[in-house]
Design a protein around this ligand. Structure first.
Ligand SMILES: C[S@@+](CC[C@H](N)C(=O)[O-])C[C@H]1O[C@@H](n2cnc3c(N)ncnc32)[C@H](O)[C@@H]1O
Length: 216
């Protein structure tokens, strides 16, 4: 790293290292900033629970989940290469125009597994298939941020519900209220699901949703 210019104040201890937004790095990726802005979501869960993130990508929010939600067990579930192959599709800057490799993003999730031994478990799998293999009533919380189409979100929510403990929390990203948004399917599915199952729905800043399952 280049030496700081004379007179430059030292960064605070936990500062994210400077990242040039023009460079394509994990630190400069927009998910890095988005993950930081969602730290408050830990207020919806008690520490020491069993949690899962469905849709992990480069493990930006997974990092926050591990450090701030302080789970006893955290499953990080994403198909990575099973779905995308060696490199991601061209989603513009999000995937460096198709040059980002699934090896690199998976590596970051594996790094979390090493940093939190016995707590973080990486599962290269689709959400539905992973959940089907888990016992009923297992999770205190699940954070859903996978496929954003209505049918896929609905299928994931249906797969998650029986796996939740009573009093558990299902949360997720990209609950956009604009019906013309690219991800409008998330809100439509979450709203319909909440009504169908009589769940308490909270809409939070940063387009977060929270579905609270009543304690039995
Ligand atoms: C928006 S990214 C996740 C970002 C991540 N949650 C974060 O905040 O840092 C969506 C991810 O969902 C994954 N995905 C797509 N379909 C999925 C499925 N059926 N099950 C699990 N993950 C899936 C994609 O591979 C991609 O990595």
């Amino acid at each position: 790293m280049a030496a700081a210019a004379p007179g430059t104040p030292a960064p605070p201890p936990n500062a994210v290292p400077f990242a040039d937004p023009a460079e394509f790095t994990r630190a400069s990726h927009r998910e890095a900033w988005h993950a930081e802005t969602r730290r408050f979501m830990c207020n919806y869960v008690a520490p020491g629970g069993i949690g899962a993130e469905i849709g992990v990508f480069w493990a930006h929010f997974a990092d926050v989940l591990a450090s701030e939600f302080r789970p006893a067990r955290l499953y990080l579930v994403d198909p990575w290469h099973k779905l995308h192959g060696e490199t991601y599709p061209n989603w513009g800057r999000y995937t460096n125009f198709g040059q980002l490799t699934t090896r690199e993003t998976l590596l970051q999730a594996r790094t979390l597994e090493q940093r939190y031994p016995g707590i973080v478990k990486v599962k290269v799998d689709y959400g539905e298939s992973f959940l089907a293999g888990m016992p009923d009533g297992h999770f205190d919380w699940v954070y859903l941020d996978a496929h954003h189409a209505y049918d896929m979100v609905m299928a994931d929510l249906k797969a998650i519900l029986p796996k939740m403990k009573s009093g558990g929390v299902i949360m997720g990203d990209d609950y956009f209220t604009d019906p013309d948004s690219q991800h409008a399917g998330v809100k439509r599915a979450v709203d319909a699901f909440a009504i169908e199952h009589g769940l308490d729905l909270v809409f939070e800043k940063r387009n977060q949703f929270i579905l609270r399952l009543g304690a039995v």
